[in-house]
Design a binder for this molecule. Sequence first.
Ligand code: HSE
Length: 337
Amino acid sequence: MKTYKIAIAGFGGVGRATASLLLSRRMRYRDVYGADVRLVAVCGSRSGVADVDGLEEEQLLTLEDGFSGPAFIEASGADILIEAGPSDFRTGGPGLAYIRSALSAGRDTIVISKGALAHSGRQLRELARGSGAMLKLSGAAAAALPTIDLVGHSLKGCEVLSVEGILNATTNYLLDAMTTRGIGFDTALREAQQGGFAEADPRNDTEGWDTACKLLILANFGLGADLDMNDLTVEGIQSITGDRIEAWRSEGLVPKLVGSLTRVNGAFRAGVGIRTYPLADPFANIRGKDKAIRIVTDAMGETIAIGSGKEPLATAAAALKDLEHILTARIANPFRY
Ligand code: HSE
């Protein structure tokens, strides 16, 4: 049985959920892939723990100071990295150094945080191409809602003409609560923060940046575009008032914050902003913190997916879906590795 050693960098709620889910699925990996999957290292920003024989759940409770950083992951002997640190699209965040180091060394990498992918996507794609490492990022591209996998698998071979997505749970929750329950922006935002799905700085949600990051990642990694944040027009929901919501409601329209891509003369035009939908449109019925994507292709017409799922489990599961895709590819092509 082949052994696969996994390390997780970034050990907040999502990193911990990913570790626990991975440990609980070890028997599945043996049965389905004939793979002995071991979690050999985890670390947060300052502390970590490693065990080449594979960590158990109880070892994850006591991280030791000083064990952190790309060199720590390198020394663990891991052959697959899962990056789950805090996201910062303006700098790339702490994940950038981990991802660069792993891809340069030819280590397959599963990215959950969006910052590094939105900030340095082109460089990371080139590093992966150069070393032959697989770079998977479902967790960063709307997680439980399939986006990258839809275009990469289900719609393979088709030309994507347009994409429209409700990609951010927080803004959908806010707009839905304001529309259906008549509560104010601040109250709805407090509920989203209590629910644990708003960003640490919720302006990243409400001003449209989180949607923009996911759109950029989908465009660049899923559709072969080469966009950066400056190519997008980004508008949020921060100035939406109760009166505006009421006006839309009286016209039978439902507002959503939407990221959109349109192919114009072979290139994608991208933006984030509010669109309103009549009640009969599936997008009008995306409630609470659910997300949705509508993709129009040349040959398969319109495809709509709707995603829900409880965090952080749903994001952990998206990252481990990527792990299973890596295991499948490794088994199909063992000499590549
Ligand atoms: N804050 C994000 C959202 C969750 O509301 O969708 C992480 O992407």
